[in-house]
Design a protein around this ligand. Sequence first.
Ligand SMILES: [Zn+2]
Ligand SMILES: [Zn+2]
Length: 382
Amino acid sequence: MTSAPRPMALEEAARHGTRVTLLGTAGGPPWWENSERSGISTLITVNGAQYLIDCGEGWGPMFRRSGTSTPGFEHGIDHLRAVFLTHHHSDHTVDYPNLLLLAWHNGSKGLKRPVQIVGPGDRTVLPPIFGERQHEPEVFHPDSPTPGIEESTHRLLQAYATDINDRMRDNAKQDLREIFEVHDIELPGTTGGDPNGDPSPAMEPFEVYADENVRVTAILVDHRPVFPAFAFRFDTADGSVVISGDTGVCENLVTLARGADLLLHECIDLDWVSSLMGPGSPRPDPYLMQHMLAAHTSIDQVGPQAQRAGVRTLVLTHLVPGNTPRQKWAQGRAGFSGDFYVGEDLMHFGIGVPAPDPLHDDDDPVRTPAGMGRELVGDGRR
Ligand SMILES: [Zn+2]
Ligand SMILES: [Zn+2]
């Protein structure tokens, strides 16, 4: 039996065929005061190939700082294989344009194949209007008010046409459309998710990506009124990692995470919500409060949810607000009997059995999947 995943230095994590790096652990669009956390983003490295989940604010510089990017000028994303976006909230996608536009200058030349982008498709209907309003807001961009990732990407690139044409003509840059392949996640026909009804009906996880390193499955989670909102599971030869995305307490998340080695789960500080809109706050609004809490998982809910899934290690990430003290998040371990950690930016976790330490076990044959584990040990020490 392998040991449960725990935080470790990059050098140690790099001896694992599969490792997880928290690039950013803050949730929500605000620039949190006195917070050391970057926007939500997670990197999974499998046999040297890299998989990015969500592109919160600052993921690129954090990727650089993490020691997991390919070092050197005009390098960086050389080993990036695929990107997964959980849902279309801006705190998860705001630095997605950075990936597209800055790829030329950060390693796209080193890519051996196009980067696969996998994200939610079109919501198809507008969300209902919440609360009592005198006037309906005017629909923004009524021709296509709820685009999926394929169309969003197309429109983003259009918006940057001046830069793209400049660099393709003046600097002979490769056509960006050859560097990225974008895919809307198609829901299985029998799912029955209803954007304005039950957004996460009971279902089985379904595959959204697979290669020689990893199989990625998804499930709908409850982040209403956002639809579709996904959690993802990464299964590799070393073990399994689940990323909750944004969700309230949700049976589908339990289904997806069942028996996983590592669950990265979002969390919200109920006292902070209450200070804004709870009883005794300047603007009490019980409906809005209930609305917000239904879409997220509170500190006292997250442990029992992980317990029901039977995961080995629970790590809190996507922390809202980003400036709640660590000691308070640590209360999230209540109701969970496995290993528990409060996520911090640039934490690394190794999954499965590590290769022997090359500094101490020179006589042992080193398990180096595709040779990349050793190469990245070197990178981390520079
Ligand atoms: Zn979020
Ligand atoms: Zn969200």
